[in-house]
Ligand binder design. Structure first.
Ligand SMILES: [Fe+2]
Length: 155
């Protein structure tokens, strides 16, 4: 268990980052669910900028705190090993999907005649996948610091 002040501080900052990332996902979900050829260009630009900034911030913090702690615990704990492998794989997938989301937001903001249905599927799929990913990371983080995950995770 990691109860030292440095880890606690990093995890608190990471919690804030996750909250912001989930808000970005909510905005993307709204944009996706209401996507038509008449989509709000400014909203596309803002959502894209907010999402990439949140994701980069969270990734940096995860690389400095969550992932090393998980990797360490994974040596002894099969549950943590499974979580570590899964989260590592999801990070690679998320990076590729995020690029696709940003390109699509750019295309929509620039009035590219892109099918709204495609944007809808992409945005909704990404936002839901990212939410699941963040909930798993929060679960792992709370387990690491010794908080009972089952009673503290909010879906
Ligand atoms: Fe992550």
């Amino acid at each position: 268990m990691y109860r030292d002040q440095h880890t606690q501080r990093m995890f608190s900052t990471l919690e804030l980052g996750y909250s912001n990332l989930l808000l970005g996902c909510d905005r993307l979900l709204c944009l996706g669910e209401g996507a038509t050829s008449d989509i709000d260009r400014q909203e596309c630009r803002e959502v894209g900028a907010a999402l990439i900034s949140c994701l980069e911030n969270v990734r940096l913090l995860e690389d400095l705190s969550l992932m090393p702690a998980l990797e360490h615990l994974a040596r002894e704990d099969p549950v943590m090993r499974h979580i570590f492998r899964r989260l590592s794989a999801e990070h690679c997938e998320d990076a590729c999907q995020m690029e696709e989301v940003l390109e699509t937001l750019d295309a929509l903001a620039g009035r590219c005649p892109l099918a709204a249905g495609y944007a809808r599927l992409l945005f909704v799929g990404f936002a839901r996948g990212m939410r699941r990913h963040v909930h798993m990371e929060r679960y792992a983080m709370r387990r690491i610091v010794g908080i009972e995950p089952a009673t503290t995770i909010t879906q």
